[in-house]
Every structure is written in C-alpha cells, then in structure tokens.
Design a protein around this ligand. Structure first.
Ligand code: ATP
Length: 293
C-alpha cells in the first residue's frame, strides 16, 4: 500500500523567545534555526519514518531543490512534486520557554498546485490507499474527490481552519482530524455539537490530554492518553501524530494501536525543537511503546 500526501512544503524559520509577543511588542530571539516544514511535508515525513511508502504531491518554487532533497532523505517519493515561479512556502515559528508557539505562514508555491500533476499521481492510487490532505494548498476538494473516485481513504486535517473549505470537504472526507480549537471552530461554523459533525470518522487530538477517535456510524469512541513527556516545542506534534497513525493504519494496525503508535511518536517529538527534522525514527517509537506495554 502507499500513503499519498497532497499538501504544503515549507521552509520553517524557528525563533526561541522568552514569551510570545503581544500586539505591538518587539522582542529579541535567543536562537534561530531553519528546517523542513509545512503540514503536508511534515505528515509525509512522519508516515515515511513510520515505515510506509509515501508519495508526496505538492509544488515548490524555483529555489526548492533543498526541500526535495530533504524529503527524499526521509524516504519520501517526490516524483509528483511540481515547480512554480512563486517562492517555496515558508513559515515563521516563534517558540516560548514553555514550548508554546505562534506561527505565520506564507503559502507561495503551495497555492499553485497543478490539477494535471495531482491526477497523474492519484492515477497510481489503489482502493484502500490513504490520501492525507491539510488546509495549506489549493485544489483540496479536487484532490479529495479524485481520491474518492479511486476508492481511496481521505484523511483531512482541517488546519489551519477555513470555514467554507472545511464544510466543502466533509462530503469527500472519510476521517476528519482536528485539534480541540479546530473542533470548536468546526462545530461553531456548522451550528452543531462537535460529535454531530457529519463525517464518518472524527479524530480529535487534545495535546497532553491525548486523542479521541469517534466513529459516528458505529457509535464507538476509542480514547488514547498521551504518553508522558516534558515538552520543549509542540510545533508539528499533530502532524507527527497523524503521519505515524496513518502509517499504522496503512500497515494494518487496529485503530487503537495506530493511535498509540502516533501518540508515542508525537510524545517524543514534543521533547525536541523543530518540525519534520525533529520527528523520531521508527526504532525510537517502538522502544517507547515497548516500555509502555
Ligand atoms: P500542532 O498544531 O502544535 O502541531 P496540534 O494542535 O495539531 O499540534 P495536539 O493536539 O497539540 O495537535 O497534539 C497531537 C498529539 O500529540 C496529541 O494527541 C498527543 O498524543 C501528542 N502530544 C501533544 N502534546 C503533548 C504533550 N505535551 N505530551 C505528550 N504528548 C503530546
């Protein structure tokens, strides 16, 4: 099986600060570093580290070779990453001493996706293959629709939350993934309870409080606690969790085991600064799981 991921590729700039700036405030950063990021690239890297064959579908700018090389170094297949005249997407990520973050993103080439490239990638999709989609590109709905036509499983992260897009994606989504803030935004936009969001599977990640998988058709909810961790940077925890969880499902794990797989990976990630470059290797995740039977 293959995990497809249609989404953003960013250059992340990280700044370490004492506290997140308030409106109008200027503060100095004590450290700066860069790394591969973007919700799409993050999820691809996590799924590849977890052991899946991952094909990323996306677009970078003229200077984007470094991003392709980084993705390939993690084992991600980049043959369906196209080029645009616009700059590669980037993000400014400010992380405070408690590990909390504030993020500004620039979409750039991420908003210049090619329908032709998207369809030629998904022409390789097989029934049951997973397609991961987030909200940082364009053509989200077209991607989900094309995947559904091929009986693929559409896993949609409604992040960052965009009301009209989120609602349009629901009919073509199998598994909706939101954090607690997005869950409230989603239910508010639809005027329904969180548990009434009309989608078959709803995954709600709750940071250190763990994650719930609500299956609305069977009425069953599986809840997994988070592994205990001392966070220094929670950026990308959700993507790390989801990439590992999707790979677990791709490798035939039960929902519960796939979520534990994802939660273990994310718990290691929050102890490290960075996004994709800070995601743990499979053997580290297996070791944490083995120590918590
Ligand atoms: P982000 O936007 O920062 O990438 P998110 O808001 O999408 O993350 P969260 O709900 O914060 O996602 O976290 C996803 C998963 O990561 C959680 O369900 C949990 O398993 C794990 N996790 C997050 N924070 C912690 C923590 N402090 N300790 C242990 N595990 C954590």
């Amino acid at each position: 099986m293959t995990v497809y991921c249609f989404g953003s590729i960013n250059l992340d700039h990280f700044y370490s600060v004492t506290h997140l700036p308030t409106p109008g405030e200027t503060i100095g950063a004590s450290a700066h570093h860069t790394g591969l990021g973007g919700k799409g690239a993050n999820q691809s890297v996590a799924a590849a580290l977890a052991g899946s064959h991952v094909r990323h579908i996306g677009t970078v700018g003229p200077e984007g070779n470094w991003a392709l090389e980084r993705l390939q170094a993690f084992g991600v297949d980049t043959q369906f990453v196209g080029r645009s005249d616009k700059a590669t997407g980037h993000a400014v990520i400010v992380v405070d001493e408690a590990g909390e973050n504030a993020i500004v993103t620039f979409g750039g080439a991420n908003h210049e996706q090619s329908l032709t490239l998207l369809n030629s990638a998904l022409d390789h999709g097989k029934p049951g293959d997973i397609l991961l989609i987030q909200n940082e590109a364009n053509l989200h709905e077209a991607a989900a629709r094309a995947a559904k036509q091929r009986d693929m499983v559409v896993v949609y992260s409604a992040a960052p939350f965009k009301p009209g897009l989120a609602e349009a994606m629901l009919p073509v989504t199998d598994i909706l993934v939101v954090n607690e803030v997005e869950a409230v935004q989603f239910s508010g936009a639809l005027g329904v309870e969180v548990t009434g969001i009309p989608v078959h599977h709803l995954l709600i990640t709750k940071g250190a409080a763990g994650v719930d998988w609500i299956d609305r058709y069977s009425g069953k909810t599986v809840s997994i606690p988070a592994f205990s961790a001392k966070p220094v940077d929670t950026t990308g925890a959700g993507d790390c969790f989801l990439g590992y969880t999707a790979s677990g499902l791709d490798q035939g794990m039960t929902r519960e085991n796939a979520m534990r797989f994802g939660a273990a990976a994310a718990a290691i990630k929050v102890t490290r600064r960075g996004t994709a470059d800070a995601f743990p290797a499979r053997d580290e995740v297996d070791a944490l799981l083995a120590s918590h039977p």
